[in-house]
Ligand binder design. Structure first.
Ligand code: NAD
Ligand code: DAU
Length: 378
């Protein structure tokens, strides 16, 4: 079946991997990347597919309800994969309004435009899908009941490498109540509720997924992994929040994109699926892994950069542990991660070291200048 799909936030980190996967895997689909190009949007992330006949970029704000609705009409859109959001917790602590505006009002604008357009068609909801991408952070934080780590109760390809442990006995399952702590996760939680409300109230065919921390190429270097790889390379301090004891559950971004593909096509309407690889790591252990990997790849002696670690004031309201239980997705839809964490980290570090030009362009702000010039004359 042919689809006309809007992917919002397609110029960002995860969105660019989703756009690339759909454009390459489904030449018969019409893929429209709708992105406002905030500081986090970078069209250089999609250079390899920008000339493909089944791909189109549209610079638009998801809050522009009328613009979105016209685009849906013009392109006969039958599917929406909604990733556009403000995504960085530290920024949300400084500027919660922007997060409410984009993540809540922006999602509402996408939902209402889709509702009005799809309801106006003779076949109405038939063959339509609104897929909302959310985060595990909506569930709040889990306790670190086993700070030394225990054998994980589950195993996947992602967690099959060395030194893999779980740090508590509870996991985020789909039936947990929402308990967001940061302005970012509160706004994402609110947007999830709006998506479910559109299903329950109007019958819109929706699906929601909540994923763990992603890592891989093209991530904006404000997030832990790309920031620290770049700092190690340039021998700059590594600001570790608190004691570095917080635990995150990491998934290679391409595996998240593969899960989105599976769920867009086969997920059940009105369902929620958690996405993750049962791959928990303490921040400090990840940081040591990054230092060892960067130093080895740059031919520096082992331990040469350990002294870059600098413990700084903790993030306000810092969630202690995230750990996703993705059993439902694995059992019902047969998805599982394709990479071991060690393989993914090696690929990721190599990618950032090999793509210094991309990194320099982002850290210098050069990519934003390019857009200013590009759109100044339109
Ligand atoms: P990102 O910050 O890298 O990219 C966000 C993209 O959205 C950018 O291209 C930006 O230009 C665009 N955008 C922002 N505001 C917009 C607006 N008003 N209109 C149109 N476009 C706008 O984010 P990411 O890390 O790729 O995350 C993508 C989605 O996945 C988010 O919804 C996030 O909550 C969710 N998520 C992220 C992770 C993670 O680890 N990064 C994990 C789980 C879920
Ligand atoms: O769990 C999914 C979430 O993962 C996504 O919804 C978010 O969009 C994404 O940003 C990510 O949130 P985190 O806050 O977990 O990611 P971040 O990379 O900012 O931080 C990871 C951990 O590292 C966290 O415990 C805070 C810590 N940290 C982060 C930075 C940037 C540091 O110790 N120092 C730092 O400089």
């Amino acid at each position: 079946m042919k689809h006309n799909i809007i992917i919002t936030g397609g110029a960002g980190f995860i969105g660019s991997h989703v756009v690339r996967l759909f454009v390459n895997k489904y030449p018969e689909y019409n893929i429209i990347n709708l992105d406002k190009l905030t500081y986090a949007g970078n069209l250089a992330n999609l250079k390899d597919i920008e000339g493909k006949p089944n791909y189109k970029f549209v610079k638009m704000d998801i809050c522009d309800f009328e613009g979105v609705m016209k685009l849906m009409q013009d392109e006969h859109v039958d599917g929406i994969i909604h990733l556009a959001a403000e995504s960085h917790v530290d920024r949300s602590i400084k500027d919660p309004f922007t997060f409410a505006q984009t993540n809540v009002m922006g999602t509402l604008s996408m939902l209402q435009a889709a509702k009005l357009y799809w309801e106006s068609l003779p076949e109405k909801w038939e063959g339509k899908r609104f897929y909302h991408i959310s985060t595990d952070e909506v569930y709040g934080a889990l306790e670190l009941t086993h700070p030394q780590g225990i054998e994980p109760p589950f195993s996947t390809k992602a967690s099959s490498g060395k030194n893999h442990l779980a740090y508590g006995d509870k996991f985020f399952t789909e039936d947990l109540k929402y308990q967001p702590h940061s302005p970012y996760s509160a706004a994402k939680a609110s947007s999830d509720h709006f998506v479910r409300a559109f299903h329950d109230t109007y019958g819109m065919p929706t699906v929601v997924t909540n994923c763990s921390n992603n890592y891989g190429p093209y991530q904006f270097p404000e997030k832990l992994i790309p920031l620290f790889i770049n700092n190690i390379r340039h021998r700059k301090p590594l600001p570790v929040y608190g004691k570095g004891e917080n635990v995150r559950d990491w998934l290679y971004v391409v595996d998240h994109a593969r899960a989105i593909d599976t769920i867009f096509h086969n997920g059940k309407i009105a369902e929620t699926y958690n996405i993750g690889g049962f791959n928990e790591w303490k921040n400090i252990d990840i940081i040591h892994t990054l230092i060892r990997t960067v130093d080895r790849l740059l031919g520096r002696p082992e331990g040469a950069d350990d002294d870059l670690i600098t413990f700084v004031t903790d993030r306000a309201g810092h969630d202690m542990r995230y750990a996703i239980d993705s059993t439902k997705l694995q059992k019902e839809l047969g998805w599982e991660p394709s990479l071991q964490f060690e393989e993914g980290i090696e690929l990721t570090v190599k990618w950032y070291l090999d793509n210094q030009e991309w990194m320099d362009n982002v850290t210098s702000g050069g990519y934003m200048k390019y857009y200013e010039d590009m759109y100044a004359n339109r």
